[in-house]
Design a protein around this ligand. Structure first.
Ligand code: ADP
Ligand code: MG
Ligand code: MG
Length: 263
């Protein structure tokens, strides 16, 4: 079957580096989905599909519903996230309350822990790739740069978004802890409304990532709790061995204090 036989295409939902994403509706069931169309030639699409299928067992991962192929493209029919991107919510919200930040962060860490347990490094964690359901729950999306790695294996290619890239990625020897750094950059942005490392041109940004210390004495940090700062410090640590894991983040006092307990 061709995608046009099974779905009616709708409005554009977003555009990334490689793909364009459109709303679509099943002709059979009437259910709406998001369709990511990727041009052929870039055969990394097979890996993206394979990893999405591999990770389908978690509610925090965008589900892949079907894949179509035609002469020019692949079409990935995915679960629709009607709440849009976390980045747009962050832009509207400015700074998050610690309560709200911790609850989003907990859901995100649970998905990342799952990816890491499944042997996957996402490599492109940023709020453009974190989507929201109708009720505001987060869904991790865009596995276009994700890699499966064996225990102890390390990666070397430069990947990801400059502001979120871990220092060891710049050096070229990294693994799952690179994702933890990226979520640390995100946590910083949630708590104080700005990115921790900035610089222009790119070399200046990379220099900041490799060596700039966080300034917790600055005005913007004064209203943020000590446990929050402690957690952020443990995440944005350049020493990979000292940087905490997803599991350790989830049991950090700040997380335990601010997140709703579930039985
Ligand atoms: P790229 O690899 O090109 O960055 P993404 O998978 O990140 O592509 O998708 C690009 C954009 O399309 C996202 O930032 C988002 O705005 C939108 N999008 C992607 N998947 C969905 C989805 N399942 N539901 C709603 N919007 C989506
Ligand atoms: Mg993307
Ligand atoms: Mg991508």
């Amino acid at each position: 079957n061709k995608i046009e036989d099974d779905y009616v295409m709708g409005e554009s939902l977003g555009k990334g580096k490689f793909g364009s994403v459109f709303l679509c509706r099943s002709k059979v069931t009437g259910v709406e989905f998001a369709c990511k169309t990727l041009p052929k030639g870039e055969e990394t699409v097979h890996k993206e599909v394979e990893i999405m299928q591999h990770l389908s067992g978690h509610p925090g991962v965008v589900t892949l519903h079907a894949v179509y192929e035609d002469a020019e493209s692949f079409h990935l029919v995915m679960e629709l996230c009607p709440g849009g991107r976390l980045i747009d919510e962050m832009t509207k919200e400015g700074r998050y309350s610690e309560h709200k930040a911790a609850n989003i962060f907990k859901d995100l860490m649970l998905v990342i822990q799952y990816c890491h347990d499944m042997g996957v490094v996402h490599r492109d964690i940023k709020p453009e790739n974190i989507l929201l359901t109708a009720s505001g729950k987060i869904k991790l999306a865009d596995f276009g740069l994700a890699m499966r790695i064996a225990n102890g294996q390390s990666l070397s290619g430069l990947a990801g978004s400059p502001a979120y890239v871990a220092p060891e990625v710049l050096i070229g020897d990294y693994g799952q802890k690179a994702d933890i750094w990226s979520v640390g950059v995100l946590l910083h942005a949630l708590l104080v409304g700005v990115l921790p490392f900035q610089g222009d041109p790119l070399e200046a940004l990379f220099e900041a990532i490799k060596s700039r210390e966080l300034d917790f004495h600055s005005e913007k940090w004064q209203s943020v709790s000590k446990p929050a700062r402690d957690l952020l410090e443990r995440i944005l640590t350049r020493d990979i061995a000292a940087r905490i894991t997803a599991e350790e983040v989830l049991s950090h006092p700040w997380m335990l204090f601010y997140t709703e307990r579930t039985l």
